[in-house]
Design a protein around this ligand. Structure first.
Ligand code: SAH
Length: 216
């Protein structure tokens, strides 16, 4: 794609998301400020501004922009919020969180993905993000509690450690459901020791896999 073609594709995606009404002005402006092509490998850059999921390294996927917008909106981010993200992946969602929140802590089980995301965010001069290679089932206890938690891989249930690491009244957004099936995207609020959830959408995410990846 030439730079002109890329600018047109970006603007078309922005208009398309605005028409779908998936998120408010602030979230959409954050999406528009982040060049999605930076997060895709050369062979998949042509998919950068289509409103669909796309393959990334390590056999994973970057979410569809409309879903990224919906999940970000559901978090109701404030400028001072401390956010835990499980599933760094390409770092695209991380970059959008970093634009809207105070600080982002992002956990990924593949070192390669974590390292690539770190480089991409430094290109965008986003320095309010810390990365960890680890198992998201355990959250990131060192920096807990978090005002907001977002999980971008699907589990049968929200891992207990994440509930523990969320502040009272904090919001957690996660796809919940069996692998390979349609999952429920839930927006949950912490009430007492547990979560009260509401259904946002039907989605399909890669699974939350236990442990750190052995290779890569
Ligand atoms: N938000 C990402 C989506 C990546 S797909 C993006 O915008 O690109 C989900 C990611 O979750 C994958 O990179 C996968 O490796 C990661 N993942 C799966 N199980 C995990 C676990 N237990 N801990 C941390 N990351 C995990």
């Amino acid at each position: 794609m030439t730079p002109e073609e890329e600018a047109i594709a970006r603007a078309e995606l922005a208009m398309n998301l605005r028409r779908q009404n998936v998120a408010g002005h602030k979230v959409l402006a954050a999406l528009e400020s982040v060049p999605r092509s930076l997060f895709l490998s050369a062979e998949h850059k042509a998919l950068a501004y289509a409103d669909r999921a796309a393959p990334i390294e390590c056999g994973q996927t970057v979410s569809q922009p409309a879903v990224v917008a919906q999940m970000t909106e559901a978090l109701e981010l404030g400028p001072n919020d401390r956010v835990l993200e499980i599933g760094t992946g390409s770092g695209y969602q991380t970059a959008i969180l970093a634009r809207l929140a105070g600080h982002v802590y992002s956990v990924e089980r593949y070192r390669l993905l974590s390292d690539l995301a770190r480089e991409r965010l430094s290109v965008l001069k986003l320095d309010n993000v810390d990365f960890l290679v680890g198992d998201g089932h355990e959250g990131w206890a060192e920096h807990a509690p978090y005002d907001r938690i977002i999980v971008t891989a699907a589990a049968a249930a929200v891992p207990e450690a994440l509930v523990e690491q969320l502040v009272p009244e904090g919001i957690l957004v996660a796809p919940v459901g069996a692998e390979g099936m349609v999952q429920e995207l839930l927006k949950c609020r912490k009430a007492g020791e547990g979560l009260v959830g509401e259904h946002i959408a039907d989605v399909r995410f890669v699974p939350l896999v236990p442990g750190i990846a052995g290779r890569l």
